[in-house]
Design a protein around this ligand. Structure first.
Ligand code: GRF
Length: 202
């Protein structure tokens, strides 16, 4: 399975997926696209001899114009799966619909709780006892696609933004490669707005 990863920053999830793909033959990261030229994830890709592209937003460019250029860049790789890994840009409905069932995202909360930004701080402020990360299929509504896999972590009274974020990140690095592997093994599907693993609804 040809996996294309979209990033904007550090790329620690990209790294976990690259490392995970080393261990088995079901999936291979064949390219990385960033919307930021200085994303550290691009360096990670180079270290692993993975092709990279940057699609940087132009001044005065509309969202459909940007998304059309992004689609061209994506199509060049002929991916089976598009993995959003810290790609910090909202994508248009039309763009997302074009990749239905082929695009996944990781979000740092136990969805449907805390869609959007600042999830760790919101969990701390709400004095939640648990927090976590969710991998989901991408649908037009932000962070609302069917959830495939979640990992929970405890939230401790003494947690800071950094300690909690670090705990969640570690779990992200465990679950995201697992989901990519399932997809590569043809075990994962999206149908009628639901996610299925081995034909069992998740
Ligand atoms: C992760 O926390 C992920 O949940 C969110 O963006 C962050 C990306 O981190 N979507 P990294 O670039 O993979 O280190």
């Amino acid at each position: 399975c040809r996996v294309l990863v979209l990033i904007s920053g550090n790329g620690s999830n990209l790294q976990a997926i690259i490392d995970g793909c080393d261990d088995h033959l079901d999936a291979e990261v064949i390219g990385v696209i960033s919307n930021k030229p200085d994303a550290y994830g691009l360096i990670r890709a180079h270290h692993n001899e993975i092709d990279t592209s940057c699609v940087i937003v132009r001044k005065d460019e509309s969202r459909p114009e940007y998304d059309a250029r992004l689609k061209l860049a994506i199509d060049r790789y002929q991916p089976d799966l598009i993995v959003l890994a810290g790609f910090m840009r909202i994508l248009s409905d039309e763009f997302v619909q074009g990749f239905e069932g082929k695009m996944i995202n990781i979000h740092p909360s136990l969805l449907p709780k805390y869609t959007g930004l600042n999830t760790h701080q919101r969990a701390i402020d709400a004095k939640d006892k648990e927090h976590g990360a969710s991998v989901h299929f991408v649908t037009p509504e932000l962070d609302a696609g069917p959830v495939i896999l979640q990992a929970k972590v405890p939230v401790y009274a003494e947690d800071t933004l950094d300690t909690l974020a670090e705990r969640v990140h570690q779990q992200e690095h465990a679950i995201y490669p697992m989901v990519v592997k399932w997809f590569g093994q043809n075990r994962l599907k999206m149908a009628d707005g639901c996610a299925y693993l081995d034909d069992i609804r998740l």
